[in-house]
Design a protein around this ligand. Sequence first.
Ligand code: DOR
Ligand code: ZN
Length: 335
Amino acid sequence: MKTHTLLMPLDMHLHLRDGVMLENVAPLSTFTFSGALVMPNLVPPVETLADVRAYKGRILAAAPNDFFEPYMTLFYKNYDKAFLESVADDILAIKLYPAGITTNSEGGVSSFDIEEMRPTLQAMSDLGIPLCVHGETDGFVMDREAEFMNIYELLATSFPELKIVMEHITTKEAVAMLDKFENLYATITVHHLLITLDDVVGGMMQPHLFCKPIAKRPEDLDALLSVALEAHPKVMFGSDSAPHPQHKKESCGCAAGVFTAPIALQLLCEIFDQFGKLSNLQAFVSDNAQNIYGICPEFKEVILEQRAFVVPDNYNGVVPMYAGKAIGWALQDVE
Ligand code: DOR
Ligand code: ZN
């Protein structure tokens, strides 16, 4: 049987939520990943040192037996330098949301006034705290990410020493930015390597494939695949696995988010294998992130095997991508 081993997989964009949902989903990531960059869009958001420490404690308590590092983030506000100094050792990055653009982002940034943001962004640059960005405008839904490229350019040129991560990129425009600006990096989800808008709404509407940013066109999918499969050194895997209870997805007013955490590595093996690029997967799921963020995760070895695996219908009330469907790779062992 064909197998593939991954060392220290990292998920550099993960929603773990809180409370019962955290207890439900955390073990599904901590089992197979060595660490994850944990998103701060709780209600209320993670915005103080006490919030960061308490939330990290709850994450570790939700999966006490796994070696797993929750790399913590703060929800972007125009923080002052003294505060950033006090929190720098407890976080890996700060996540910026445009106000109201996605789930629990109401307290985000409502205008990209660089002069208003300068003290915070300059302090982050000085302290070496990367800025992770949900890059969408409030324009037409298919154009939101492409329209945001002006803001990425402004940020990248105004703060040339600041590491800026374009989160969950979905367009050829975002891919092109990687080679234009030295300080721009990106995460890519597994679902955006598999689907286009056609899969979401081209036939019967698929609520479990609905997310922000929405999946785009075939040429965008090709552009994402081109950098992921080559493990371009500025791209990293970030699942954006975003669990919502089944009734919030299968309802009038479907919540945005695709839940992939328990099947992400299996799907990545399938994709990279289909393109004959399995040997590049290690860089995409771990090595690039280690280099970009300067992190050194706990040892973990994940062995996957090529065999049909039927994705469970749900995980305690959360429906995963491809629920009930057979995928081509499965977990064999984790050490
Ligand atoms: O689809 C999404 N769901 N996109 C995001 O940016 C947030 C996420 C969530 O938190 O549910
Ligand atoms: Zn997200």
